[in-house]
Design a protein around this ligand. Sequence first.
Ligand SMILES: C[S@@+](CC[C@H](N)C(=O)[O-])C[C@H]1O[C@@H](n2cnc3c(N)ncnc32)[C@H](O)[C@@H]1O
Length: 433
Amino acid sequence: MENRKKNLEYEQLTLLTSAFCPLTSNIKYKARDHAAVRTQEYLFNQLFPYIGNKRKLLPLIFEAILKTEITEGLFVDFFSGSGVVSRLAKKNGFRIIANDWEPYSFFYNHAYIEQNKYPLFEELGGLERVYACLNSLEGVHGYISENYCPWDDKNPDIKRERMFFTHKNGMKIDAMREKIFEWEKTEKISLSEKSILLSSFIYSVSYVSNTSGVFKGFHNGWGGKTGTALYRILSDVKLIPPILFDNKLKNQVYQTDSQILAETLNKKVNITYLDPPYNQHPYGSNYHILNTIALWDKPEINKSILVDGKKKNKSAIRTDWKTERRSAYNYKNKATNSLEKLVKTVDSDYILLSYSTDGHMDLKDVLDIMAGNGKLSMVSKPYKRYRVSTPRMSEKPYNVETVLILDKNKTSSKGIVKELWNEFVEQDRWLRS
Ligand SMILES: C[S@@+](CC[C@H](N)C(=O)[O-])C[C@H]1O[C@@H](n2cnc3c(N)ncnc32)[C@H](O)[C@@H]1O
């Protein structure tokens, strides 16, 4: 078993290397741009921890892009999340449209995907001065430090107080975000400048949070029982400018429902990438604090965890995801219908769809939907499962990850669903043996 694991890791590593040295592909290889360090920096640095992100699956997605033999043109990422797949496509010569309806994702990707160069920050004396100004602010009491942090970092009241950040960092977050808000109100910063600053904010706030990356809860005590990651949780929050990449093309970032985007885009798309949520957990609830920081609208919440003496309001999750962004993809009984509608609507030469055995949509349904809309093929690989905490003994350590490749200009051969299904089952059986 140990040897098999090593082999898998080795295979992933070789694929990773070949994905970024695409000498055999049609995608143009430019020694300077593809130098490992540069590629790694833009692709892998400054990614906030995001459930379902495809960072580790980039080699597989790249393989799928290569299979389309399309080397340039418009690439649309309908559920962009952390934006890592858009970064891959941007780095490899495509013009990008990235969309996600969560506000934090919009600002993040507006910086990393839409922008090729830093905006000037003319009103404020340039980017360096702006970052220096924000980082040197004295902390103040405010919305984050009062609601999401304990009063005394050394003696937190774990029965009543939330511990998402140290009080010191909470006050700094309040000071910096208030300053950015003031610049917004007085029109000293543009949308591009605001998203550059918020992208830094989203990354840094995630880094110092007393969580395992998801804001549904926080560790009881700094770093939890094991004191995991105390070095980052107790470090001082600091903003650093995002690393940008200039693909010399006009990229755009949207914040809307993917179905609405598909219906209104009105552009010929070359490659569409679909990566909808694969389980019941809503992103707006998991990353509520990132949305609060992005929007800075300070929704009313209970200061204490206790309501009428009972622990009720532990994480103080804002509720707008329920009314404004409740995703059909979070419901097993609605997800396939939504996917079918979307696949039909999208006007694109190719659709690439990420599918994992971890998800709640049935593979057979997904294969049927895709095969009914063009010529279907796939690339797949066993991958180590994403887990925030230590896996239980009974769990499968690996699952099969797939990218389905749909050529919308052709039709599927008869029997393709069965063929792909068998291939999938074979891989899964091999994993279990
Ligand atoms: C699996 S994640 C995408 C991860 C992304 N590919 C990455 O690598 O980071 C799914 C994303 O879909 C977004 N989402 C869910 N329903 C949506 C909808 N109806 N329209 C637009 N975005 C949606 C969520 O906010 C989430 O970021």
